[in-house]
Write a protein that binds this ligand. Structure first.
Ligand SMILES: NC(=O)c1ccc[n+]([C@@H]2O[C@H](COP(=O)([O-])OP(=O)(O)OC[C@H]3O[C@@H](n4cnc5c(N)ncnc54)[C@H](OP(=O)(O)O)[C@@H]3O)[C@@H](O)[C@H]2O)c1
Length: 246
């Protein structure tokens, strides 16, 4: 199954950033796309530009999620919606930050898969793309967000095994820093400016290009994990910080 064999897609988190770039790229390849997020005015603007079908939905409303997505027959699922509240330290996060991040990034992502994947399995045709992060692969000083994306990493790896013999392909994309609204939502406007300055970071189209590459490989290939960072961003290493004790 190369991209030319797929006809329909669902992209979550389509109102900005990576999701909007994926919708645009898929529409340019002639795929019919259902684009979902909470901000309907953004989706309508994207629909006017690309011809996608907007679906307003708060993914944390599980009943609405199944009502809206349960009946969709799609060949491609880009399970992309996510955020990073309480990004900087667990012990400084509010109770709400913890709930919001885990319920959006993990619980809602799992329900989206449960709503959509049975149809793919029944039709023996499908390609799932989960948005992980380098934060799910390495410690980057972000416990809650890292935990959510670490969960997506192992969810993706296990799902690939569960899908054996189904014909449904499974790809996880683990980006480093990308210029989207992610950091505004995570840490606010001012702190976000710092996150996006000082080095050349990736743009959403870099990630959508990687997703299109994975979707476009021939049926005999499954691209399991793509890890991509800005050229000037690095992961790993050991830090020593002595603590001044009384
Ligand atoms: N930017 C980065 O540096 C980076 C790096 C690695 C991984 N990622 C991952 O990439 C994915 C896309 O993020 P982005 O960078 O493109 O950020 P973004 O521009 O903030 O986009 C996030 C999207 O998620 C949607 N969303 C959030 N909560 C939702 C909810 N409860 N219901 C429905 N939709 C919801 C937002 O739409 P509404 O607000 O309109 O609902 C928005 O469309 C996320 O999973 C993120 O963790 C980002």
């Amino acid at each position: 199954m190369a991209l030319a064999d797929y006809k329909t897609a669902l992209v979550t988190g389509a109102s900005s950033g990576i999701g909007a770039a994926v919708v645009t790229a898929l529409r340019a390849r002639g795929i019919s796309v259902f684009a979902t997020a909470r901000r309907i005015e953004r989706l309508e603007a994207l629909a006017a530009e690309t011809g996608c079908t907007p679906l307003a939905l708060d993914l944390r409303d599980t009943d609405a999620l199944y009502d809206t997505l349960g009946g969709l027959d799609v060949d491609i699922l880009v399970n992309n919606a996510g955020l990073g509240r309480g990004f900087e330290a667990l012990f400084e996060a509010s109770r709400e930050d913890i709930e919001t991040t885990l319920s959006t990034n993990v619980i809602a992502a799992a329900h989206v898969l449960r709503a959509v994947v049975p149809g793919m399995v029944a039709r023996k045709c499908g390609h799932i793309v989960n948005l992980g992060s380098i934060a799910g692969l390495y410690p980057i000083k972000s416990s809650i967000y890292g935990a959510s994306k670490g969960a997506i990493h192992l969810l993706s790896q296990n799902l690939r095994i569960e899908l054996q013999g189904s014909g449904v392909r499974m790809t996880e994309i683990c980006p480093g820093r990308v210029e989207t609204e992610f950091f505004q939502v995570a840490v606010g406007e001012e702190a976000a400016k710092k996150a996006y300055s000082g080095f050349e970071i990736m743009v959403p189209e870099d990630v959508s290009d990687a997703i299109l590459y994975a979707l476009d490989t021939p049926w005999r290939v499954n691209i399991g994990t793509i890890e991509m960072t800005p050229n000037e961003q690095f992961t790993g290493g050991v830090t020593i910080v002595p603590v001044a004790r009384d």
